[in-house]
Structures are given as C-alpha cells and as structure tokens.
Design a protein around this ligand. Structure first.
Ligand SMILES: [Zn+2]
Ligand SMILES: [Zn+2]
Length: 823
C-alpha cells in the first residue's frame, strides 16, 4: 500500500545499488539471445579520485547504455583502470609508499566512487592494467609484434638530464627546458629504445570508410599521418673522389630548377663530413644549440629562421649546379631524409631563410600569361602551381603536367623517383621507468637479444623497489629482476630494464573486457566474434590521435597476424564536451577550481548530480559546473516524486471516465521527443521535455482527469523515460507503484505518430452564411490567426471576389462566417 513519503535519495540509492549488484542486473551474459551492444567508455587513469569531468563523461554514457538496454540489447558496459604510469612513481618517491600500494588504493577509492553513481557497470569484466593477469597479455602482445618484425630496437632521441644521468618523460621537463628534479638544462640524446612499426600501416590507417567517427577526429588523424605525394631527388657530392648521393623529398619536383641552396638538419650524418674546416666552430655551436630545442619549437612558423653555412656544396642532378649547403633547425631529421633542396621562390619557409641570409631567389614557376616576375621585390613565396620557366628543357611545361613530367624524367635519368611520404613516425613504446609492464626481452652474451618464451610470461614486475635519488629506474639496481638466464643456452643473462608505455596497455583493453578471465589466451576467437568490434566508444577529444590511432593500428596488425578478423576497433565514436569550473575555466589543481562529485552526491543524491550534468548543455559541448544549479534539478525530481506518489495515494484504482485525448497526446509527444533526443545524445533537451511534461501534469493533478487511467499511465511512461538519466528514483517509484521487476529491463515505450501531432479541429468557413470551405486548424490557434487563415484561403477568397468584407463572426473551435457586401 502506497503512502505519502518524502524523496530520500540517500536511502533509495544505496538500496538499489546493492540490489542491482546482487541481482547482477548489469552483467552482460555471453550467452544472451539478444543482440549485443558493446558500449565502451575510455577507462580512467588511476590518479586517485574521480572529478566532475569523469561524472560528466559517465553520466551521458550510462544513460545511453540504459536507453539501448531498454531497446532490447544485451548491453556490455565494462569498467577498468589504466593503472601504470609516472604519477605512481612520483607518489612513491614523494610519499615513500610503493607504487603498487598507491595505485591499488586509488583503484579501491575510484571503484567506490563509481559505485555511488549507480551506473550499469559490468563489474565482472573489470581489468586493472598493472596486475600480472593483465600485463602478462600486454607482454604477449609485445612478443607477437616482435615476431612479426613490428617491434624493434634502435637508437632514438630521448630527453636526457646530464646531471641526473637519466632520461626524462616530457612532463618532467619544465617549460623552460630544464630538469624538474635538478634544474639542469635537458638535452636530446640518442639512446636504445623500442619502437612499433606503425608506419607499415600508414596507408590503411588513412581509410576511415568502415567507421562512423567525428569529422574533426578523422581530420586530425589524417594530418597526424600526413601523407604527401612527390618525388625523391638525389643530389650528390664527392668525398675523396667518391660520388655519394643524398636524397631529398619534395612535393614539388617541378620547382627543382629553382634550388639555390641546400639544407641539412643539424643531426644529419653528412653535417660533419661536408663542413669545411673554416666553418667547423660555428657549425658545432649551432648543432649544440639545436639539441636543446623541442621539435615543436623548431617547426614553429612564428620563429625567425636561423642557420649556418657549412662551407660545402652539393650538385643539383637536373642541371649540375653547385648549391651551397647550410644547416638549419627548421629541417627535422625524422621527416623525409632530413635534407631539403631550398627553393625560395616557391616555398615560404625557404623564402624566409633566403631573405635572411641573402641567398638568391630564382623564379621557375609562373602563372599562365604573366610577365617574368622580379623576385627581388617579392614579399613572399609564390606557392601556386604554374608554367615552368628558367627550367632548361622543361620551359613552357603547363601546370597540370609539370610534376608528372619532371618525375618521369628523374626516373628515366636514374636521379630520382616517384615517392609517397608520411609524417607519421614509428611509435616509441619504451620508457626508462619502473611502473610499467616489463618488456619481455633478455640479453645473453652469446645469443644477444632473446625474446622471453611465451610460456614464461609474465615477466614479473617487482612490487617493492628502491628509488635512486637521481631518478634512474629502480629496475636497474634490482638484481633479482635484472639477472636471469638465457632462454636458449641457460647461461647468465640480463633482462631488458625498460618498461612499456601506458599506451600499450590501453591499446587493447577493450579486447580483454570480452574475455577477462581467460588465463590461457589474451582472448578467445569466440569472445571476439561475440562482442567485437566496439559498437560505440565515448571519450574525450584530446585522445583524437595517439590512443585512438594506436588502437586502430593494434587491430590491423593483430588481424594480419591472424589473431582477429575485423578491421577497426570502434565502429562509432563520440566525444563528450569538457566540464569547466564554476569560473568558466578548465578545472585544474593549480587554479583551485576542481570539483569532486562526492559532497554533492551526499547532499542531493547521485540521480540529481547525474541529471544535472546532463542538463548542463549538449553532451558534446560541456559547460561550467555551477553548484547552485543543482537545485533546479533537485526540485524537479522532488516534484516528480510527489506527483507520482500522490497520484497513487489519491487514486488507488483509476478509471476510464474522463476524456483523455489531451493527456494521451502529451504522453505520446513526450515519448517522441525523449526518444529522438536520447538517440542523438541530447540528454539536456530530453530532460527539458520531461520537466515540461511534469509541469503539465502538476497543473491537472487535482482535476477530475487525474483520476483517469491515462494520467497514471503517463506517469508510468515518465518513469521509464527518466530511468536512463535518474536510475534510482525511477526504480523506486516503479516498485512502490506496484510494478515488479526492474524498470531498467522494461521495454522502451513506443508512441503513436498521430497522437504526437498537435490537436486540430475542422473550421467551417461560411461566406454570407453559406458553407464554402473546411480547414484543419491547430487547437490553440488564436482568433486573429484564424481570421487570416480564412480570409487568405484561395477558395474562400474566390467567393469574396471584389466584394467588401463587412464583418467576421467567429464561433470558437467551430465556425467562421464572413459577411460581405457587393461593392
Ligand atoms: Zn636533473
Ligand atoms: Zn644464450
């Protein structure tokens, strides 16, 4: 028997959370006959506690998952923890606590916070990336890449502190380029590192035809991969009478006759041999200076061009010209070949460089029909395509043939070739750090580099280590870890002490969710067939390139190895917006505007906090978290609670006495609005529709219509429509109003399209008392509008003709009579 009660979220939320978990309501069984919906949210990093940004992300995410569940899907909505990384090491150093202890305590705390949300997490599938049961398979994956030649070791640049004698992560280098520990200027130093050959997949990664992703993210990935077509041209020089070639890549081979200088990256191996003794000092000083700059600084178009002449020359193979060789930091070693032919007339950066150093600018491309230009007067490069001039045998070649014709010539002469280059570089996965998955490689004095046999995995990461004051990896000084035996000869050997980057862990976690307890394999084929690919992936746009690109690469590489049979990890992707602090600024510890959910949940309950986060604005846009605004949502839930409970108290049994079309229309319209809004992640407007419906019902709650079955039926529908956003209050109301079974397993209400239209009536139009027309008019149309409709109706107008309208008589909701007199 229902009684009047106050809405008490504290009591009902804890109760339902416990009950849902006991009933495993949100566990997605592997053997369900329902269609699957793999609903994934980016897993959180184990920083210690969840903030409003997490809640914002998960609130909309969970609402959408519930919406799909009510549409009959077997929704798999797992949660896990990205648990390796540098902050744990920093905490270990600053607080004298083991990284593992710190991390697992954070996991506990976050798990608790996640439970208070009442979201539909499938906890049976949880993964924690720092536990051996997980990282064993990260290591196994590394071995698969290694076997395929996709993982390799080479010298690669790292941030290096010469005083601490250790590498630094980017976040350990202060903005002024010094070591955060000792203040020494950080340099770039080449050390042995592990990389994955993602560049093998550059071309396929440019194909987005199988996935539905935000256009902006697709563009960012395309730019990151940076494909360009052009030609390799081989300049040359003689050293000790030996001709040596130095290739350059250009997208504009048609401008090759305009090369008036040549630039090497400061790190280029030719720098030393081409520099003449007179220029040695200056060149070495410049190379040293360039080592202290980041690539971003070097690439900046704002930065004034710098460089030094080496004293040496190379030969342009198309015309035999001797071209002076410079070094300049705007040319990077990793892109192309680390060398360029400088064409100042037709490349802006080369133009700026030439102007600065007084290098000649030679026009070799001209717009059709134009007179020769005078490059001395130019203020910028002419980068457009055009007719070739000052280009020997190519003079007069039109724009649309120039590139192809020169490229063909280069190939015929054996001095160059057609080429595609990518900006994308191989993915550096090794970290000279402790808190990561150990790389399963052993170094034997006799056999060199030997992969750890799969059956010996995992390579255990020691749980208790000692940190050196210098910041060096504690693994280096951990004899139990370092000293091992060679898998081939059994002799003494040492382990690789580098660990894997956290991006390795989170490039495949969504595969493990499908088969989280498998201790024989990373996953079974069956689990992949059942659950993958992910149907919808929700997470921040800041992951547009690295994480999302690495995950795509993993899937393609694993498919080619035969471990999977699909091409893309995430069929559909959605980026939620960012929650700002009450001051409209990005939440950050330094600004002191970080808001945690816990106090608000304690005060208002999770349903209010969740609903408020979704009411803030469009889900993909975010907004400012303003604590006072929680009140509005809190009042709405309270009013809905009172309205619903009151309706059952007042009318223990309802009847069918009253005309109920208006209520039925309201119900159907609200279903339609909420359904369309939730389909499109418009949680804010869905809630607005429910608030409007609530207000409309409150106005009528003491009228006779409230005794009608349709009234209660509308309240029941509202409970279902609100359930994705506010799962606890709706579950409680569902039960106290006499329903059995969870509201979250009910079928989403359908609607009758006809009943979603505005109510209309047939307006009879008379002219001088004779019926001339009938018009369908919306119920709430004003008298003024009805007069206009009648008078402007073409048929009515034809009966009025030239006559003068004397008066118009309107009988509301039925009839209009136009009285006219012939003029
Ligand atoms: Zn240092
Ligand atoms: Zn050996």
């Amino acid at each position: 028997m229902i009684t009047r009660t106050k809405y008490n979220p504290k009591e009902i939320e804890a109760k339902w959370q416990t009950q849902w978990e006991a009933e495993q309501l949100y566990h997605a069984p592997d053997d369900s006959p329902k269609p699957k919906f793999y609903h994934l949210v980016m897993l959180p990093y184990t920083s210690g506690d969840l903030h409003m940004g997490h809640w914002y992300n998960y609130s909309g995410f969970d609402a959408y998952g519930r919406f799909k569940r009510m549409h009959g899907y077997n929704v798999m909505q797992p949660m896990g923890f990205d648990a390796f990384g540098l902050p744990a090491e920093n905490a270990a150093i600053s607080r004298g606590i083991q990284a593992r202890t710190w991390t697992l305590a954070n996991v506990d705390k976050m798990r608790h916070q996640l439970r208070t949300m009442g979201a539909g997490w499938d906890w049976q599938r949880e993964i924690v990336s720092c536990l051996p049961g997980y990282y064993k398979w990260t290591q196994w994956l590394f071995l698969q890449f290694y076997k395929q030649g996709l993982a390799y070791r080479t010298k690669a640049p790292a941030n290096w502190c010469p005083s601490c004698n250790t590498t630094l992560a980017n976040e350990q280098v202060l903005p002024n380029g010094t070591c955060e520990r000792c203040g020494t200027t950080v340099i770039r130093k080449d050390i042995d590192q592990w990389l994955l050959r993602i560049t093998n997949y550059a071309e396929e990664l440019l194909d987005f035809s199988k996935i539905e992703w935000p256009a902006k993210t697709v563009t960012m990935q395309r730019n990151w991969i940076g494909r360009s077509e052009g030609a390799e041209i081989r300049f040359f020089a003689e050293f000790d009478e030996q001709r040596e070639e130095i290739p350059v890549f250009t997208t504009r081979p048609d401008t090759i006759y305009g090369a008036t200088f040549f630039v090497l990256a400061p790190e280029h191996p030719w720098v030393e041999k081409i520099t003449t003794p007179e220029h040695k000092g200056e060149v070495e000083a410049y190379v040293d200076q360039a080592r202290h700059m980041t690539e971003v600084e070097r690439m900046s178009t704002e930065k004034e061009k710098t460089g030094v002449f080496t004293g040496g020359y190379v030969t342009n193979p198309v015309n035999g010209e001797q071209v002076p060789v410079w070094i300049a930091d705007y040319v990077l070693m990793g892109y192309g070949s680390g060398a360029i032919g400088g064409v100042p007339a037709h490349d802006q950066r080369d133009f700026e460089f030439a102007r600065k150093f007084g290098i000649p600018v030679r026009e070799v491309i001209r717009q059709e029909g134009e007179l020769p230009g005078d490059p001395v007067t130019w203020t910028e490069a002419q980068e457009h395509l055009g007719v070739m001039v000052n280009s020997g045998p190519f003079d007069g070649t039109p724009a649309d043939e120039a590139i192809a014709r020169v490229t063909r010539y280069l190939e015929e002469q054996g001095i160059g070739r057609f080429m595609i280059t990518y900006r994308l570089r191989d993915w550096l996965i090794s970290r000279q750090r402790y808190w990561g998955a150990p790389i399963p490689i052993v170094y034997c004095p006799n056999h060199g580099m030997v992969p750890v046999p799969e059956e010996q995995l995992p390579v255990w990461l020691p749980e208790h280590v000692e940190f050196k004051p210098t910041g060096e990896s504690p693994l280096r000084y951990n004899p139990e870890f370092v000293n091992t035996t060679c898998p081939i000869c059994g002799g003494p050997a040492t382990r690789e002490i580098d660990t894997m980057d956290g991006f390795m862990d989170n490039s495949w976690y969504f595969l493990r969710y499908a088969d989280p307890h498998n201790d024989q394999q990373a996953w079974s084929d069956e689990a992949m067939r059942r659950w993958l690919p992910v149907d919808l992936y929700i997470g921040g746009a800041e992951h547009a390139v690295m994480h999302l690109l690495y995950a795509r690469f993993f899937i393609k590489a694993l498919r080619d190895m035969g471990h999977l049979d699909f091409d893309e990890p995430f069929t559909r992707l959605f980026h939620q917006g960012t929650v700002l602090g009450p001051d409209g600024q990005k939440m950050s510890k330094s600004r002191g505007n970080v808001e945690a959910p816990d106090d608000y949940v304690a005060k208002y309950g999770a349903d209010t906090v969740r609903s408020y986060m979704m009411f803030m604005g469009p889900y993909d846009q975010g907004g400012s978290f303003i604590p006072e605004n929680l009140e509005g949502v809190w009042r709405f839930l309270n009013r809905f609670w009172s309205l619903a409970t009151e309706a059952w108290v007042e009318n223990p049994s309802s009847e069918e006495t009253q005309e109920s079309t208006a209520i039925e229309r309201l119900r159907n319209k609200t279903i339609k609005r909420v359904t369309e809004d939730l389909t499109n992640f418009r949680f804010n407007t869905a809630l607005a529709a429910l608030m409007e419906c609530n207000n409309a019902l409150i106005k009528q709650q003491h009228e006779p219509v409230a005794r009608n079955a349709a009234f209660r039926n509308t309240l029941e529908t509202m409970m279902q429509l609100l359930a994705p956003m506010a799962p606890h209050i709706t579950e409680e109301l569902w039960h106290i109003t006499g329903h059995t079974g969870s509201i979250h397993l009910t079928e989403w209400p359908g609607y009758d399209e006809a009943l979603t239209q505005d109510e209309t009536f047939t307006l009879v139009v008379q002219v001088n008392g004779k019926v001339r027309e009938r018009i369908e008019v919306a119920a709430h149309t004003s008298e003024r509008e009805i007069r206009m409709l009648a008078l402007n109706n073409p048929r009515v107008a034809s009966f009025i003709g030239e006559a003068t309208v004397q008066k118009v008589i309107y009988v509301p909701g039925r009839l209009i009579n136009i009285v006219v007199r012939k003029s």
